[in-house]
Design a protein around this ligand. Structure first.
Ligand SMILES: Nc1ncnc2c1ncn2[C@@H]1O[C@H](COP(=O)(O)OP(=O)(O)O)[C@@H](O)[C@H]1O
Ligand SMILES: N[C@@H](CC(=O)OP(=O)(O)O)C(=O)O
Length: 456
């Protein structure tokens, strides 16, 4: 009997020694025209026979993602509001794709069956049908077997991924089928209960498949030509980053560069599989390669990219002679832990420190947390500063180019932007600072103009 290892070796040889996992995001499968682009990309390279798709996304900026519509269906259902028109809209999106491409899959019947039973399904099952139906259509269109993620991506009951079982199952699938189209974003427990990754989690499925097959490359196809130096919704036409390290990418995606889910790097990084971010609408463009190490040269920019997120708050605690009171900081962090709040950053001074958290995480708890700090730490002052945006300026070359932070804050000072806090990772690949939410976009543009705009 052929072992999984033999099967993978055979796949590699057949495909010219390359196994590529291709994940197409919602924007790449939004309509029949996008399906045609996907087919051209798959047919252009024999190594591309393992395809992961998201649910059909927005066709233009005013459109809706199927996933969002399905969440809306679920909300209607919960509040006993009629969701028939909404289901009809979703059905028409899928039926439109199937009929324009002349597919045989009985889309209307299958969708009606799903809609008729909607009351009995879990939220996860309802939402997962976006990727399920998109993958069914893509499978027929590409002529590759359909593989239901519920049978291959295995979750533990606590909602975490069972990596070992998932890898084993995907191996078996490859031995049996040799190629597949698999829906991203969901999987199931051993009992068959559907579970979802967090939003944007199709990227995680792609990374897991890449890891399971020990792929040579994980191609993540989207609607931009790679990882950009800044969010294109804030900065006009930002440059695409040619090469970036996993560490840099992780900092940027954690801080809001939504092109790649921040959890998607872990499975591939462990196996040293590079990720390529590519544009379905312009497959000829080079895109971005993300890998463990990137050779630096003298002409590299000092900053690789900028990203940021709004809506944080900091609890600022000051107490005279704080540096002499052992364990004070640990006790403060313990209070946040007690309330189940995860801490983003802890900028410290000699007699003060701040605890930065996501505002949404402490919405109903902040008064109790402050009261506990007052009672247990007896500080001179506790202040809450909210409406804070965090911005991360990332660059592997910052550690060997002195003066970067001085220049950064000088540039922001020139634009009258008030910096509310500053912190830096121990690896020195980023500087994180806080500004008022209202200054967020102007700050990103100011940093971009000063450090990344080649025409400046
Ligand atoms: N630094 C960045 N580089 C590239 N895209 C970014 C960045 N920051 C935010 N984005 C946004 O991420 C989008 C792509 O991610 P996403 O919407 O999840 O695409 P997909 O539907 O292909 O999964 C881009 O259209 C862009 O608006
Ligand atoms: N469809 C899911 C999963 C996903 O990854 O989508 P996209 O590739 O469009 O970001 C979501 O919207 O969250």
């Amino acid at each position: 009997m052929e072992t999984s290892g033999d099967a993978l070796t055979a796949q590699r040889t057949k495909a010219g020694h390359m196994i590529k996992i291709t994940k197409f995001g919602g924007s790449s499968v939004a309509d029949a025209g996008q399906f045609k682009k996907v087919k051209r990309i798959i047919e252009a390279d024999e190594g591309r026979r393992f395809v992961v798709v998201s649910a059909a996304g927005k066709r233009n900026s005013d459109d809706n993602k199927i996933t969002d519509l399905l969440y809306l269906v679920d909300a209607h259902r919960t509040y006993h509001v009629d969701c028939t028109p909404l289901l009809e809209d979703i059905k028409q999106r899928f039926v439109g794709i199937a009929s324009e491409l002349g597919l045989k899959y009985p889309m209307a019947e299958k969708f009606d069956e799903f809609a008729a039973n909607i009351k009995g399904y879990t939220t996860e099952y309802i939402v997962s049908r976006g990727e399920y139906f998109t993958a069914q259509l893509m499978s027929e269109y590409l002529g590759l077997p359909f593989a239901d993620a519920a049978d291959y991506v295995r979750f533990h009951h606590d909602g975490t991924l069972d990596m070992q079982r998932t890898c084993d199952r995907i191996h078996d699938l490859v031995v049996r089928e040799g190629s597949f189209v698999l829906p991203g974003f969901y999987g199931a427990t051993a009992e068959g209960d559907v579970r979802l990754f967090s939003r944007g989690g199709g990227d995680i499925t792609g990374a897991i498949v890449a890891r399971a097959l020990n792929a040579d490359l994980y191609e993540n196809w989207t609607d931009v030509s790679g990882f950009l130096t800044a969010d294109p919704r804030i900065v006009k036409r930002p440059r695409s980053i040619r090469r970036i390290t996993f560490d840099e990418m992780h900092e940027l995606s954690y801080m809001g560069a939504s092109v790649l889910h921040e959890e998607a790097i872990f499975p591939v990084r462990e196996a040293n599989i590079p990720i390529a971010i590519l544009n379905t609408n312009h497959p000829e463009e080079r895109g971005t390669i993300i890998q463990e190490r990137v050779e630096s040269s003298e002409d590299d920019p000092v900053i690789t990219g900028i990203a940021g997120k709004k809506d944080f708050l900091t609890v600022h605690v000051s107490k005279t002679k704080m540096s002499d009171s052992v364990g004070l900081l640990a006790r403060a962090l313990g209070i946040f832990e007690r309330y189940g709040v995860s801490v983003e950053h802890v900028p410290t001074g000699v007699d003060s420190f701040g605890v930065v958290v996501n505002s949404a995480d402490v919405k109903d708890k902040i008064y109790s947390i402050v009261a506990d700090i007052q009672r247990e730490l007896k500080p001179d002052e506790v202040k809450v500063i909210d409406q804070l945006a965090l911005i991360s300026v990332v660059g592997r070359n910052m550690s060997n180019r002195p003066g970067t932070s001085g220049r950064l804050f000088y540039e922001l000072g020139k634009k009258d932007i008030n910096i509310r806090l500053i912190t830096q990772s121990s690896q020195e690949i980023n500087i994180i600072f806080g500004v008022n939410n209202s200054d967020f976009e102007d700050t990103i543009r100011a940093v971009y103009d000063a450090f990344l705009d080649e025409e400046a």
